[in-house]
Design a protein around this ligand. Sequence first.
Ligand SMILES: C[S@@+](CC[C@H](N)C(=O)[O-])C[C@H]1O[C@@H](n2cnc3c(N)ncnc32)[C@H](O)[C@@H]1O
Length: 236
Amino acid sequence: MHETVTWSEDNCPRSPRFDDVYRSRNGGLLQAQTVFLGGCQLPHRWSAAPQFCILETGFGLGLNFLATWHMWQSDPQRCTRLHYVAIEAYPVPAADLLRSVQALDPPNPALVALAAELAVAWSGLRPGLQNFEFANGAVRLTLAIGEVLPMLQQLTCVADAIYLDGFNPVKNPEMWSQTTLEAVAAHCRPGSVLASYSVAAPVRRVLSGAGFVVKRCPGIPPKWQRLEARFEPAVR
Ligand SMILES: C[S@@+](CC[C@H](N)C(=O)[O-])C[C@H]1O[C@@H](n2cnc3c(N)ncnc32)[C@H](O)[C@@H]1O
């Protein structure tokens, strides 16, 4: 897997293909924790559940996955099984997955250790769907390696929570199109929650049309707002 990632002097990862950053320049982990985990009310929502499924569009450097796995590991009320399903068309080299967590400030040795486990699985990655197991099988990662829409159509999971994490919708419109977000909605049940850093008006409009009740919440710098939504198709 050979997607090029460039790193700035202050260790911010960037995609030359999309001319955008993989995460917020001043605090990727805080963004994962606040926008995605917080936006989906985790860990509260998986509390004591037998199984909890998260669907992510845009696996990227795996930081959201690693932050979620770490929260699960640290939570005495965690769900019995965590199923994390993520779509990615342009997988990065394992070395960038590792650098991504080694570059965190402040250092986070726990995430570095989890990333090392992920990097071992990553070495066998190929196009299509594949499953990896961690934590003695309690954490399952399904990676859907391919274009977002056909991968969404191929997946059969029902998601309790969704992370929408494509690049900026202006630079990466396929990740936020009406067809894509309707295909995301097809994996939801009433009450599924969704989180994103993007509060762009077209994204909110399409999500509302697809059956989500959408709200803007206070964000973290440099973004002042973030998005939370709940799938309530009957409310439309
Ligand atoms: C902002 S990054 C995701 C960051 C990631 N969630 C993390 O925690 O590191 C967006 C990702 O979406 C992927 N992507 C962009 N367009 C795509 C498409 N059409 N289909 C599938 N993945 C796509 C990019 O390759 C990139 O890895």
